[in-house]
Design a protein around this ligand. Structure first.
Ligand code: C5P
Length: 232
């Protein structure tokens, strides 16, 4: 499995996205398209980025009844994305249905990873809003195991959790980790961060990096620095 740096293309529209990506003339980076860009531009943005040679992580975090998720995943399969995701809270039945929908006739499929607990959910909101009393760590690991049992390929997690996830679910189970910052960089609104080199040490398989690259004065240089620290 290839370690890679995924650039979070958190742009409002196609124009800004293409202007940004046009700077990358050598290697075409793996990119993440989230809800904002997808809802603004629709599936065409995926087709265009694929045509330009980018691998795509479509970060739409599906969570619905199993039948709806299965049929929606079948649409994403035809869009030929490389990686997509869902909420593990949708249950094992929903995750198995997602796998069915995403699998092509020849048996291949995009990587499917699960969101466990969003990092914006803290212990208090879990207890008060969701009536979940278990500690967050336990919930995260339980959801990761459910994802593995359902046939998913991995989870999105903090680089700080990557080691534990691999211990619980095996080394082949992929960890995709946001919350990455350069040692000399701005934290922004991220609280628990690691450098690309530290993320490599903890065993992250893919790092998702947004602003340290997109807001850099030289994004190509920042991307290359991430690749050098994380992949080489
Ligand atoms: O700009 P920055 O590097 O913080 O971007 C990180 C990306 O990863 C954003 O697209 C953000 O939505 C996403 N993400 C995150 N933390 C999570 C899940 C996703 O930062 N727990």
């Amino acid at each position: 499995m290839g370690k890679d740096v995924i650039i979070a293309c958190d742009f409002a529209g196609a124009k800004q996205t293409f202007e940004f990506l046009d700077r990358f003339t050598d290697k075409k980076p793996f990119v993440k398209i989230g809800m904002e860009l997808f809802y603004a531009e629709g599936p065409q943005i995926v087709r265009e980025l694929k045509a330009r040679g980018h691998k795509i992580f479509l970060d739409l975090k599906l969570h619905d009844i199993p039948n709806t998720v299965k049929k929606s995943m079948a649409v994403l399969k035809n869009l030929d994305v490389d990686m997509t995701n869902l909420h593990a809270a949708g249950t094992k039945r929903m995750m198995s249905a997602a796998i069915e929908g995403l699998t092509r006739e020849d048996g291949t499929r995009p990587l499917l990873i699960a969101v466990t607990q969003l990092t914006s959910t803290d212990r208090e909101s879990m207890q008060k809003d969701l009536l979940i009393d278990k500690p967050i760590d336990e919930v995260v690991m339980h959801y990761a195991k459910n994802a593995k049992d359902s046939g998913l390929d991995g989870v999105v997690c903090s680089p700080l959790e990557a080691g534990k996830v691999h211990e619980a679910c095996g080394r082949q189970f992929i960890t995709v980790t946001p919350g990455v910052r350069f040692a000399d960089g701005d934290m922004g609104d991220q609280k628990r961060v690691m450098t690309p080199a530290q993320a490599k040490e903890t065993g992250s398989d893919y790092i998702v990096v947004g602003r340290p690259i997109t807001a850099a004065s030289n994004p190509v240089e920042a991307y290359n620095r991430c690749v050098a620290e994380f992949c080489d």
